[in-house]
Design a binder for this molecule. Sequence first.
Ligand SMILES: Cc1cc2nc3c(=O)[nH]c(=O)nc-3n(C[C@H](O)[C@H](O)[C@H](O)COP(=O)(O)OP(=O)(O)OC[C@H]3O[C@@H](n4cnc5c(N)ncnc54)[C@H](O)[C@@H]3O)c2cc1C
Length: 498
Amino acid sequence: MSIDMRESYDLVVVGGGPAGTTIASFVAMQGHSVLLLEKADFPRYQIGESLLPSTINGICVMLGVDEEIANAGFTKKLGGSFRWGKNPDPWSFYFGVMTPNRKNPAFAYQVERMKFDSILIRNAKKKGVDVRTGYSVTRTIIENDRIAGVEFVDQEGAAGKVRAHFVADASGNESGLSKAVGERIYSKFFRNFALFGYYENAKRLPAPHEGNILSAAFHDGWFWYIPISPTITSVGAVFHASPDRKVPDLSTAMDGFIKGCPIIADFLSGAKRITEGPYGRLRVRRDWSYANTKFWDKGLILLGDAACFVDPLLSQGVHLATYSALLAARSINSCLADDVDEQRAFEEFEWRYRREYGRFYEYLTFLYDMNRDEQSYFWAARSLLNTEERGNEAFVRLLAGQAAADPALNVAQDFFDARQGAGAVLHDIMNPPADGNRSKSKFDVEGFLPELDRESLQLQMLASFGPDRPTEMPMRDGGLITSADGMHWSDPALANAA
Ligand SMILES: Cc1cc2nc3c(=O)[nH]c(=O)nc-3n(C[C@H](O)[C@H](O)[C@H](O)COP(=O)(O)OP(=O)(O)OC[C@H]3O[C@@H](n4cnc5c(N)ncnc54)[C@H](O)[C@@H]3O)c2cc1C
């Protein structure tokens, strides 16, 4: 045990990225004791700069960091642009189509992860989490067939151990703990490399798309082009990793890829690659597409990249990290409050997280088929979400990280603003006044009607936050529903009886 560290915590979190800081904060906010061990000194570099509305308009609001993030100077991202599929011209989508009646349409940010992750880790500290940077977790402690804590090496190189009721592994794609829960299975479909760097004074898309991510296909794969600040652009080439592919030195390879993609070559024509500081080198990543056979076992739960990751094309990594953290926080908070049996609580976490991951996985395999145009990509999203939404709304909802009918991801701001929950809104929609002149709700679920499956029905039942609400639908037989405070699970049978 390190100096002034407790012997035991309700929760020990391994890793201080978006997944780790989110679960740590959500559990500490319920008054539980939480220790977060992060091996790096912050700020530390990380890739994953293009975020989704589910994270910015949902999770960050619940974490109470939305204002700080709004004032951090990040690039506002109103949607995305593609040079993709059969259409030779770029096309764009706009998150705002999901929120036609809102004063502030749905949006996200392009972020410098060093800054974004630092905001989240500082916030965890403010929420009462015992945050230790420079602490590297080496292994789990097993007692009575249960993970009961972790061993670590601290900043001075001294070994220590700490006990925990629950351990959350949020240590990212290099997780050494995930083996304790199951086997990591790599995708046979997504076997790509990424080569990426940073450029100064690169061009911007014309307004209003200047803050968008641009994803541009070319002969060898595709490029991301992300304006992370007024002057810095993150540029990465994703290409297939055939075993006989000869990659020259990184700089020559990058220049060759850029030459092969006319739109990126044009956008970078007056730009210079940054060669100093944290953005000063070209980096390579590979083998990023995998899922663990199990996401939890007694005492240990895997979050974010420690559990699974698909592919960067839809920028869903931080969404999956923070959403899995919210789901896991509900499970842990429920168990610590003795509300729900552990098996049931963690099955709910794994089922929902796997479904969200699975949706992105399935949709990405479709999107990688270049012999289609955007209309067929929109149709595929409608079919995947089992919805009759018009136009590109299903596509946008999926890409916004808001396919799951989870009030926290969809309406967090309205909930916190109004403190009345969605019950009133649902009532308004279901019972329009006789003159047909019903007041427009602050957030409009009408666009999602009529719906076909349970989850779609639940979108109509966003009332889970309201005091006099009808209850949320369980997602499956025997499933749990979100509690009224959004931070626990409830048994639907008991919630209905209440
Ligand atoms: C090429 C590429 C491009 C991407 N682009 C995007 C994008 O545009 N948008 C997006 O949302 N996502 C993107 N991603 C995904 C994104 O990087 C991750 O999904 C996201 O960072 C996962 O968050 P996390 O909290 O699970 O893990 P991380 O952010 O990896 O955080 C894990 C933390 O755990 C710490 N740690 C590791 N081991 C230990 C240990 N033993 N003890 C203590 N601490 C430890 C690490 O230092 C790190 O700080 C991309 C991924 C790739 C590969």
